[in-house]
Ligand binder design. Structure first.
Ligand code: ADE
Length: 226
Protein backbone atom coordinates (compact mmCIF):
# COMPACT_ATOMS: atom_id res chain seq x y z
CA UNK A 1 0.00 0.00 0.00
CA UNK A 2 1.19 3.52 -0.78
CA UNK A 3 0.06 6.51 1.28
CA UNK A 4 0.90 10.11 0.36
CA UNK A 5 0.19 12.62 3.11
CA UNK A 6 -0.17 16.31 2.25
CA UNK A 7 0.52 18.67 5.15
CA UNK A 8 1.88 22.08 6.11
CA UNK A 9 3.42 20.54 9.28
CA UNK A 10 5.47 17.49 8.19
CA UNK A 11 7.27 17.40 11.56
CA UNK A 12 4.03 16.43 13.28
CA UNK A 13 3.89 13.21 11.24
CA UNK A 14 7.53 12.15 11.08
CA UNK A 15 7.70 10.96 14.71
CA UNK A 16 4.68 8.62 14.72
CA UNK A 17 5.63 7.15 11.35
CA UNK A 18 9.16 6.24 12.40
CA UNK A 19 8.17 4.11 15.40
CA UNK A 20 6.79 0.67 16.08
CA UNK A 21 4.25 -0.88 13.68
CA UNK A 22 4.31 1.93 11.13
CA UNK A 23 8.09 1.75 10.97
CA UNK A 24 8.05 -2.04 10.67
CA UNK A 25 5.44 -1.98 7.90
CA UNK A 26 7.70 0.32 5.88
CA UNK A 27 10.81 -1.74 6.57
CA UNK A 28 8.98 -4.88 5.42
CA UNK A 29 8.01 -3.16 2.18
CA UNK A 30 4.29 -3.48 3.01
CA UNK A 31 3.80 0.27 3.25
CA UNK A 32 5.30 3.15 1.31
CA UNK A 33 4.63 6.36 3.17
CA UNK A 34 5.46 9.75 1.67
CA UNK A 35 5.02 13.04 3.47
CA UNK A 36 4.71 16.11 1.24
CA UNK A 37 5.03 19.67 2.49
CA UNK A 38 2.27 21.69 0.78
CA UNK A 39 4.32 24.84 1.27
CA UNK A 40 6.98 23.52 -1.15
CA UNK A 41 4.38 23.77 -3.94
CA UNK A 42 3.26 27.34 -3.28
CA UNK A 43 4.02 29.68 -6.19
CA UNK A 44 3.63 32.66 -3.86
CA UNK A 45 6.94 34.47 -3.37
CA UNK A 46 6.61 34.14 0.43
CA UNK A 47 5.47 30.49 0.10
CA UNK A 48 2.11 31.43 1.57
CA UNK A 49 -0.48 28.66 1.71
CA UNK A 50 -3.46 30.55 3.19
CA UNK A 51 -5.53 33.68 2.63
CA UNK A 52 -8.54 35.50 4.07
CA UNK A 53 -11.91 34.22 2.92
CA UNK A 54 -14.11 35.82 0.28
CA UNK A 55 -17.19 37.42 1.75
CA UNK A 56 -15.37 38.28 4.97
CA UNK A 57 -15.19 36.35 8.23
CA UNK A 58 -12.64 35.31 10.80
CA UNK A 59 -9.90 32.79 10.12
CA UNK A 60 -7.60 31.98 7.25
CA UNK A 61 -8.42 29.49 4.50
CA UNK A 62 -5.91 27.17 2.79
CA UNK A 63 -5.56 28.24 -0.83
CA UNK A 64 -6.29 26.02 -3.81
CA UNK A 65 -3.06 26.48 -5.82
CA UNK A 66 -0.39 24.57 -3.87
CA UNK A 67 -2.77 21.71 -2.97
CA UNK A 68 -4.14 21.38 -6.52
CA UNK A 69 -0.63 21.45 -8.03
CA UNK A 70 0.62 18.82 -5.60
CA UNK A 71 -2.34 16.48 -6.19
CA UNK A 72 -2.07 16.99 -9.98
CA UNK A 73 1.61 16.06 -9.83
CA UNK A 74 0.94 12.91 -7.78
CA UNK A 75 -1.93 11.89 -10.06
CA UNK A 76 0.27 12.31 -13.13
CA UNK A 77 2.65 9.75 -11.62
CA UNK A 78 0.14 7.05 -10.62
CA UNK A 79 -3.54 6.30 -10.09
CA UNK A 80 -5.05 6.87 -6.67
CA UNK A 81 -7.96 4.83 -5.28
CA UNK A 82 -8.95 7.47 -2.78
CA UNK A 83 -8.15 11.10 -1.96
CA UNK A 84 -9.07 11.61 1.66
CA UNK A 85 -9.53 14.91 3.47
CA UNK A 86 -9.28 14.94 7.28
CA UNK A 87 -11.98 17.23 8.61
CA UNK A 88 -14.25 17.40 11.68
CA UNK A 89 -17.32 17.50 9.40
CA UNK A 90 -16.42 14.25 7.63
CA UNK A 91 -17.81 10.73 8.07
CA UNK A 92 -16.78 9.43 11.50
CA UNK A 93 -14.05 6.77 11.35
CA UNK A 94 -14.95 3.26 12.48
CA UNK A 95 -13.43 -0.21 12.10
CA UNK A 96 -15.43 -0.95 8.97
CA UNK A 97 -14.00 2.13 7.28
CA UNK A 98 -10.45 1.17 8.33
CA UNK A 99 -10.99 -2.35 6.93
CA UNK A 100 -12.21 -0.87 3.66
CA UNK A 101 -9.29 1.56 3.30
CA UNK A 102 -6.75 -1.18 4.14
CA UNK A 103 -7.77 -2.93 0.88
CA UNK A 104 -6.79 0.07 -1.28
CA UNK A 105 -3.57 0.34 -3.28
CA UNK A 106 -2.65 4.04 -3.41
CA UNK A 107 -4.23 6.77 -1.31
CA UNK A 108 -3.67 10.45 -0.64
CA UNK A 109 -4.52 11.97 2.74
CA UNK A 110 -4.86 15.76 2.90
CA UNK A 111 -4.57 17.41 6.31
CA UNK A 112 -6.58 20.59 6.77
CA UNK A 113 -5.70 23.63 8.88
CA UNK A 114 -6.91 27.08 9.80
CA UNK A 115 -10.59 27.68 9.07
CA UNK A 116 -10.63 25.04 6.33
CA UNK A 117 -9.60 24.64 2.72
CA UNK A 118 -10.96 26.29 -0.39
CA UNK A 119 -14.18 24.38 -1.13
CA UNK A 120 -13.10 23.77 -4.76
CA UNK A 121 -10.49 21.27 -3.53
CA UNK A 122 -13.24 19.33 -1.80
CA UNK A 123 -15.51 19.48 -4.84
CA UNK A 124 -12.96 18.56 -7.49
CA UNK A 125 -10.34 16.38 -5.85
CA UNK A 126 -11.54 14.80 -2.60
CA UNK A 127 -13.26 11.41 -2.78
CA UNK A 128 -13.77 10.82 0.93
CA UNK A 129 -13.89 13.05 4.02
CA UNK A 130 -13.07 11.54 7.39
CA UNK A 131 -13.46 12.80 10.96
CA UNK A 132 -12.00 10.94 13.93
CA UNK A 133 -14.71 12.22 16.27
CA UNK A 134 -16.96 15.08 17.28
CA UNK A 135 -14.26 17.45 18.46
CA UNK A 136 -12.01 19.94 16.72
CA UNK A 137 -8.25 19.42 16.48
CA UNK A 138 -5.80 22.15 15.51
CA UNK A 139 -5.18 20.41 12.21
CA UNK A 140 -5.74 17.15 10.39
CA UNK A 141 -2.25 15.71 11.09
CA UNK A 142 -3.02 13.88 14.32
CA UNK A 143 -6.27 12.62 12.82
CA UNK A 144 -4.33 11.35 9.76
CA UNK A 145 -1.97 9.46 12.11
CA UNK A 146 -4.98 7.78 13.69
CA UNK A 147 -6.35 6.72 10.29
CA UNK A 148 -2.97 5.46 9.04
CA UNK A 149 -2.30 3.50 12.24
CA UNK A 150 -5.70 1.81 12.24
CA UNK A 151 -5.44 0.97 8.53
CA UNK A 152 -1.84 -0.19 8.33
CA UNK A 153 -2.13 -2.72 11.19
CA UNK A 154 -4.75 -4.51 9.08
CA UNK A 155 -2.42 -5.10 6.12
CA UNK A 156 -1.49 -8.82 6.15
CA UNK A 157 2.04 -9.29 7.47
CA UNK A 158 2.26 -6.03 9.42
CA UNK A 159 1.30 -7.52 12.77
CA UNK A 160 3.33 -10.61 13.70
CA UNK A 161 0.48 -12.63 15.19
CA UNK A 162 -1.75 -13.23 12.15
CA UNK A 163 -4.88 -13.61 14.23
CA UNK A 164 -4.32 -10.56 16.36
CA UNK A 165 -5.89 -7.92 14.11
CA UNK A 166 -8.85 -10.20 13.49
CA UNK A 167 -9.60 -10.47 17.20
CA UNK A 168 -9.41 -6.70 17.78
CA UNK A 169 -12.26 -4.96 19.50
CA UNK A 170 -14.97 -3.96 16.99
CA UNK A 171 -14.14 -6.64 14.40
CA UNK A 172 -17.32 -8.54 15.34
CA UNK A 173 -19.05 -5.46 16.67
CA UNK A 174 -17.86 -6.61 20.10
CA UNK A 175 -15.34 -5.10 22.49
CA UNK A 176 -12.41 -7.32 23.46
CA UNK A 177 -12.59 -9.42 26.63
CA UNK A 178 -10.18 -8.70 29.55
CA UNK A 179 -6.65 -10.11 29.28
CA UNK A 180 -4.16 -11.12 31.98
CA UNK A 181 -0.49 -12.08 32.12
CA UNK A 182 2.12 -13.20 34.69
CA UNK A 183 2.05 -13.42 37.65
CA UNK A 184 -1.20 -15.29 38.30
CA UNK A 185 -1.36 -13.82 41.82
CA UNK A 186 -0.09 -10.28 42.44
CA UNK A 187 -0.42 -9.30 46.10
CA UNK A 188 -3.69 -11.22 46.33
CA UNK A 189 -5.08 -9.86 43.01
CA UNK A 190 -5.78 -13.08 41.14
CA UNK A 191 -6.22 -14.05 37.49
CA UNK A 192 -9.62 -15.79 36.90
CA UNK A 193 -9.24 -19.56 37.46
CA UNK A 194 -10.73 -20.46 34.08
CA UNK A 195 -7.76 -18.88 32.23
CA UNK A 196 -5.36 -21.16 34.12
CA UNK A 197 -7.49 -24.28 33.62
CA UNK A 198 -6.05 -25.38 30.28
CA UNK A 199 -9.61 -26.09 29.09
CA UNK A 200 -9.63 -24.09 25.85
CA UNK A 201 -13.27 -24.68 25.00
CA UNK A 202 -14.18 -23.24 28.38
CA UNK A 203 -11.74 -20.35 27.94
CA UNK A 204 -13.23 -19.45 24.54
CA UNK A 205 -16.70 -19.48 26.04
CA UNK A 206 -15.61 -17.32 28.98
CA UNK A 207 -13.98 -14.80 26.62
CA UNK A 208 -17.05 -14.59 24.44
CA UNK A 209 -19.28 -14.07 27.45
CA UNK A 210 -17.00 -11.34 28.86
CA UNK A 211 -16.87 -9.62 25.45
CA UNK A 212 -20.67 -9.55 25.31
CA UNK A 213 -20.97 -8.34 28.93
CA UNK A 214 -18.44 -5.56 28.33
CA UNK A 215 -20.10 -4.47 25.08
CA UNK A 216 -23.57 -4.39 26.70
CA UNK A 217 -22.26 -2.27 29.52
CA UNK A 218 -19.95 0.13 27.64
CA UNK A 219 -21.13 0.25 24.04
CA UNK A 220 -24.73 -1.00 23.75
CA UNK A 221 -24.92 0.91 20.44
CA UNK A 222 -22.65 -1.77 18.87
CA UNK A 223 -25.28 -4.41 19.63
CA UNK A 224 -27.96 -2.27 18.04
CA UNK A 225 -29.76 -1.54 21.32
CA UNK A 226 -28.63 1.77 22.75
N1 ADE B 1 -9.28 18.19 11.78
C1 ADE B 1 -9.65 18.91 12.86
N2 ADE B 1 -10.43 18.20 13.67
C2 ADE B 1 -10.56 16.96 13.11
C3 ADE B 1 -11.27 15.78 13.46
N3 ADE B 1 -12.00 15.70 14.57
N4 ADE B 1 -11.18 14.72 12.63
C4 ADE B 1 -10.46 14.81 11.50
N5 ADE B 1 -9.79 15.89 11.11
C5 ADE B 1 -9.83 16.96 11.90
Amino acid sequence: MRIDILTILPGLLEGPFSESILKRAQERGLLELNIHNIRDYSTNKHKKVDATQYGGGAGMVMTIQPIADLIDKLQSEREYDEIIFMTPDGEVLDQEMSNDISLKGNIIILCGHYKGIDERIREHYITREISIGSFVLTGGELAACVVVDSVVRLIPGVINDETSALTDSFQDNLLSPPVYTKPSDYNGMKVPDVLLSGNFAKIDKWREQKAIERTKKRRPDLLGND
